[in-house]
Structure formats: structure tokens, C-alpha cells
Design a protein around this ligand. Structure first.
Ligand SMILES: Cc1cc2nc3c(=O)[nH]c(=O)nc-3n(C[C@H](O)[C@H](O)[C@H](O)COP(=O)(O)OP(=O)(O)OC[C@H]3O[C@@H](n4cnc5c(N)ncnc54)[C@H](O)[C@@H]3O)c2cc1C
Length: 403
């Protein structure tokens, strides 16, 4: 029997289950939470299907600004050093990826994956509802130097089909009139016409129904995975809080919780959690139609149906994922400063925090592992929602080839 257990029902586990079920595997999905997307980063992320804006996190500019991040002087990005050897090892690999050539290579590799995902999402949007909208994205720049840098990178990306265009301030406002109400000066924007948006939580919920009804996928929710077991170097069991399940094939897609579970069978993975926040409020008539990224303040604004999702902040350090009121306040105040009239900030504000499962090179880890029958689909960092359809399809190819 071609059966496979998928660990994790975030967007990466759910798309993995979809791709594997379409290949004819009998799939069981296990998650500690009570519903898909509830327990991790797929619940309240920035909603961006960022097919062209795929810039790696480790970059030369990050190194220049490192003292600012370490001293807590940048509200959007903070680094708290921790003496953990795993953090140090991850941090050194992250820095090694911050050279110009590594940054460009990593950005292009992620771009290729994102472009693959685009086709997958367009097809799946015909089968399930998830507020999918292909309205493009504007990255707004506050200085001529940052705009020039964006232009240089867009020339490289456009060789791979990104289709990005630099706009003057007036052209950007013509593209999305909401920018006339922008709270800060800006000099121009980068237009990514193919970028889209959608609600990854709704996506996971509706994908669950499709998987159960059309493919007979089984869900074991509220089931916490504690360890994996092997026999002669081959996966043999998934140990959960409610007992052990024997298996011959499994996929780890546990987002920021992947590394500790992989370690139970001797696999070491360079994935570190990077904490971010989001808020969701009713959108007003002055909300942008396109997705907008304020690059200086590292914040994204995106319409999901009649709601406005605002996401940002990256806290790197000994993160437990605990919601910190003071950091959420930073997100809220910065958002009000950027788009004061785009949403109802005084009504009900849905606050959320989540952990990006970040690798040093911003590329996800997809494929087989040193344990026979155990596969990996993890480390999707800042763009897991965007990349999930492509990584699932690549994973399914590898699993099929080994079956
Ligand atoms: C603030 C913020 C904004 C973001 N914005 C965007 C964006 O705009 N576009 C984009 O593409 N990406 C964005 N991302 C990144 C994206 O959300 C993630 O990369 C993606 O959700 C990761 O999906 P995942 O399935 O790997 O992990 P998760 O969604 O975290 O899922 C992991 C699952 O594993 C389960 N789990 C954990 N431990 C166990 C265990 N022991 N046993 C059983 N189950 C367990 C959890 O319950 C959870 O359901 C953002 C992330 C953050 C934090």
C-alpha cells in the first residue's frame, strides 16, 4: 500500500497532502492543533502570494544594519543574541549567506519556486475558495538609493519572468490611489504585476474538505507528535502523545517545530524561528487594492475580502512564540503611521503572532533525508504561503520516485 503520514497541517503540510493524494498515495495528516492552519504560521500571515518579490532575508544591507538590529534601534527587526550553540551555528550560516552573490543566488532560487507555485495556486483557486485575488504588489521606497537597488535586482529577476517595473511616485499613485493617503514621503515604487494574495487559513480549511471528500485523506488532529522511530535506518513509527503509529513513509512539515522532531532520529536541520505579528481590521474605502509593502518599515498591507491584513516585524533570538504586547503595539502604531485611513483601527482589531521557520539561505528544505522513507518539506521562512504549492509538488515527485 502506498501510504504516507504527513506531520503538520499548516499550509506546507496541507499542500503536501494534496500533491501526494493526487499521486495516488493514501495520506494521513497529523497535527497538534484542532484544525488545519490553527497551530502555526499559516493562520495570520501577511496573505501575500509574493511570486516576484522573493528577496532573501540574509543580504548585504542586513549586515550594514546589524548593529542597529542588535541594539534594538530598528522597530521592525530585532536580534537578541543567545548563547545556544544551535543559534550560533544558524547565525554564522545566515551571515555567510549575506554576501551580494549569495543574496542574489538565494533570491533567484526562491523566485523560481514562487513562479512554479503561481500556476498551482491559479489551478487550485478553481477548486476551492480562499479569497484569492491577483491584484499585483507595490513595494514603496522612501529613498532614491533604495529604489535604485530595487531596480538593479529587478533587472536580474526579470530574466526569470518576474515582470517587475519601477514606477515614479505619481505613477505609483495612479496605479493605486490609496497611496495618495500614504503617511510618509516616498520617492517611487516597484510594481510586481503577477503578485497575488489570499487567506492561507481559509485555504487550509477548504483544502481539508477537498482532501477528505475527493481523496479520502484522513486527519488526526489534536495529536501531538513527540518523536519518530526507525528500524535499520528506515522510518518505522511516529510516536504521539496518544500512542505510536507504525509507518513506512512520513513527511515532516512542522514549520518552526520541525527541527526538534527531526533531531529525535538524528537529523539536524538549520531552521530557526523568526517571530512576526499581524493585525486584521475592517478595510475602508481608502484601503489599497494592490498589496503594498513599505520597504523601509518592513510592513505589508493586503486586502483579504473586506478585511485589511497588516503584517510585519522580525524578531530573531530565543523566541518561544509568546505574544508580546509591546511588539504588537509597535506594529499597530507603525501601521497607523503608514496608512492612517485604510482601516478601522478603533474597531475590533484581531491581533496575532507567528513563527517563520527560517533557514540561513531563505530556501526551503525539500526532499529525502538520511532516514529511509522520511521526507522533509520545511524551512519556508518568510514565504511559506507563496512557495507551498511548488514545494509540495517537488516533494511529491521525490516521494513517488522512491515508492
Ligand atoms: C508575521 C508573518 C507574516 C508572514 N507573511 C507571509 C506572506 O505574506 N506570504 C508568505 O508567503 N508567507 C508569509 N509568512 C510565512 C508563512 O506564514 C510560513 O512560511 C508558513 O505558514 C509555514 O507553513 P508551515 O506549514 O511550514 O508551518 P506552520 O503553518 O507553522 O504549521 C506547522 C504545523 O505544525 C503543527 N505542529 C507543531 N508542532 C507539532 C507537534 N509536535 N505535533 C503535531 N503538530 C505540530 C502546528 O500545530 C502547525 O499546524 C509570514 C509569517 C509570519 C510569521
Amino acid at each position: 500500500m502506498r501510504d504516507v503520514i504527513v506531520l503538520g497541517a499548516g499550509v506546507v503540510g496541507m499542500t503536501s497532502a494534496y500533491a501526494l493524494a493526487r499521486k495516488g498515495f493514501a495520506v494521513t495528516v497529523i497535527d497538534a492543533a484542532s484544525a488545519p492552519a490553527e497551530g502555526g504560521a499559516s493562520f495570520g500571515n501577511g496573505a501575500q502570494l509574493s511570486y516576484s518579490y522573493t528577496d532573501a532575508m540574509a543580504s548585504p544591507s542586513m549586515v550594514v544594519n546589524l548593529p542597529k538590529y542588535l541594539l534594538g534601534c530598528d522597530p521592525a527587526l530585532r536580534i537578541a543574541l543567545t548563547p545556544s550553540p544551535r543559534f550560533m551555528s544558524w547565525g554564522l550560516r545566515f551571515l555567510a549567506n549575506a554576501t551580494r552573490s549569495s543574496f542574489e543566488r538565494n533570491t533567484i532560487e526562491v523566485l523560481k519556486l514562487a513562479m512554479e507555485s503561481r500556476t498551482g495556486f491559479a489551478e487550485l483557486s478553481e477548486r476551492i475558495e480562499f479569497d484569492y485575488r491577483s491584484t499585483g504588489k507595490l513595494n514603496v521606497y522612501s529613498s532614491h538609493e533604495s529604489l535604485r537597488n530595487a531596480e538593479a535586482l529587478s533587472v536580474l529577476k526579470n530574466h526569470y519572468g518576474a515582470g517587475q517595473v519601477i514606477l515614479t511616485r505619481d505613477q505609483a499613485i495612479a496605479r493605486d490611489p490609496a497611496l495618495a493617503h500614504y503617511g510618509h514621503p516616498f520617492v517611487g515604487a516597484l510594481w510586481s504585476p503577477f503578485d497575488a494574495a489570499g487567506d492561507s487559513s481559509l485555504f487550509c480549511r477548504n483544502l481539508r474538505s477537498l482532501l477528505e471528500n475527493d481523496y479520502g485523506v484522513r486527519f488526526m488532529l489534536q495529536t501531538k507528535v513527540e518523536r519518530l522511530g526507525t528500524r535499520a535506518g528506515i522510518i518505522a513509527a511516529v510516536g504521539t502523545a496518544v500512542g505510536e503509529l507504525s509507518c513506512t513513509r512520513a513527511v515532516i512539515a512542522l514549520g518552526a517545530w520541525t527541527a526538534p522532531i527531526a533531531r529525535t532520529v538524528g537529523i539536524s536541520l538549520p531552521i530557526w524561528p523568526v517571530q512576526g505579528y499581524s493585525l486584521t481590521i475592517p478595510a475602508t474605502a481608502l484601503a489599497p487594492v494592490a498589496s503594498i509593502t513599505d520597504t523601509a518599515r518592513k510592513m505589508v498591507f493586503c486586502r483579504i475580502g473586506d478585511r485589511l491584513r497588516i503584517a510585519g516585524l522580525a524578531d530573531i533570538g530565543p523566541s518561544s512564540g509568546e505574544f508580546k504586547q509591546e511588539r504588537f503595539r509597535t506594529l499597530l502604531d507603525t501601521a497607523k503611521g503608514i496608512f492612517p485611513k485604510a482601516g478601522d483601527y478603533d474597531g475590533e482589531v484581531n491581533a496575532w503572532t507567528g513563527l517563520r521557520p527560517m533557514t540561513p539561505n531563505s530556501q526551503p528544505i525539500v526532499g529525502s533525508s538520511k532516514v529511509g522513507g522520511l521526507f522533509l518539506n520545511c524551512g519556508h521562512g518568510s514565504l511559506g504561503w507563496t512557495l507551498s504549492m511548488a514545494t509540495a509538488s517537488r516533494l511529491a515527485e521525490v516521494v513517488s520516485a522512491s515508492a
